[in-house]
Design a protein around this ligand. Sequence first.
Ligand code: NAD
Length: 247
Amino acid sequence: MSRTAVVTGGASGLGLAVCEHLARQDRHVAVLDLDGDAAERLAGDLRAKGHRAVAVKVDVADRGAVDRAFDEVRAELGPIEVLVTSAAVSGFLPFEDVGSGDWARTIAVNLTGTFNCLQSAIPDMVAARWGRIVTISSAAGQTGSPRQAHYAASKGGVIALTKTVALEYAAKGITANTVPPFTVDTPLLRAAQEARLLPGPDVLARMIPARRLGTGDDIAAMCAFLCSDEAGYVTGQVIGVNGGAVT
Ligand SMILES: NC(=O)c1ccc[n+]([C@@H]2O[C@H](COP(=O)([O-])OP(=O)(O)OC[C@H]3O[C@@H](n4cnc5c(N)ncnc54)[C@H](O)[C@@H]3O)[C@@H](O)[C@H]2O)c1
C-alpha cells in the first residue's frame, strides 16, 4: 500500500537520499525544503522515474508555513503517514561567541522546526492508527561537540522530543525514532571542511572506527527500515549509523 511521506530538508544531502529510498519503497514523497528550486528538481527526477512526488518550499521554523505546506501535501498526495525530519542548520562558534541570533535561529530551525512538523503531521497518523516518524538528530546531541553549543543543544532537544512523542503515541500504532549521524559526506559537511571549520575527509575518517565517512545511503537505508511496516515494534530509540564513532 502506498503511503505519503514528507521529508524535510529533502532537497540535499541525507534528506535527498531518504527521498530516493522512500520512493523505492513505493511511498508518495513530498520534498519539503527552504530551497524550493532544488526540491522541485528532485521531485521532477522522482516523477521521471515513475514515482509520485511533489515539492513544497517551506521554512520549517515558521509554524503557519509548515501547516500550509502539509495541507498542500495532503491535497496532492493524501494523508501524511511517514515523516522524516532532516532540515537543519549548523554552525561552529566558540561558546563565548554564540550570539543570541545564532542561538535563536539554530533552535528555531532544528528543534522548533522538528516540533512544528511532528505536530502538524501526527493527526493524520492518529486517524490512520499507523505512522512512522524518524528525526535526524546528531552525535553532537549525544556527546556534545566543541564550538557547537547551539547546534548540540538543538539536537539534544530533538532526541528528547522524539523519545517523548514515541511514548505518547506508541499505543496508537505510531513509532518515533531518531538517527544521530556523526560525519556524513554531504554538502553541509563539505562546506564546513572548505571553510576549515572541520578537518578534511582523511583526518575525519581516521577518527571513525570504520575508517570512512558515512554516505547518505548509509543513513537513508536505516530511515527506510524505520519507516517500514516491519519496524512497527521499534520506537523511542536512538539508532546510531556512524561507523562505530559513538557507541
Ligand atoms: N552531514 C553530517 O555529517 C551530519 C552530521 C550530523 C547530523 N547531520 C544532520 O543531518 C541532517 C541533514 O544534514 P545534511 O548534511 O544532509 O545537510 P544539507 O545542508 O546537505 O541538507 C540540509 C537541507 O535542509 C534544508 N534546510 C535548511 N534550513 C531549512 C529550513 N529552515 N526549512 C526547510 N529546509 C531547510 C537545506 O536547504 C538543505 O536542503 C541535518 O539535520 C543535520 O544536522 C548531518
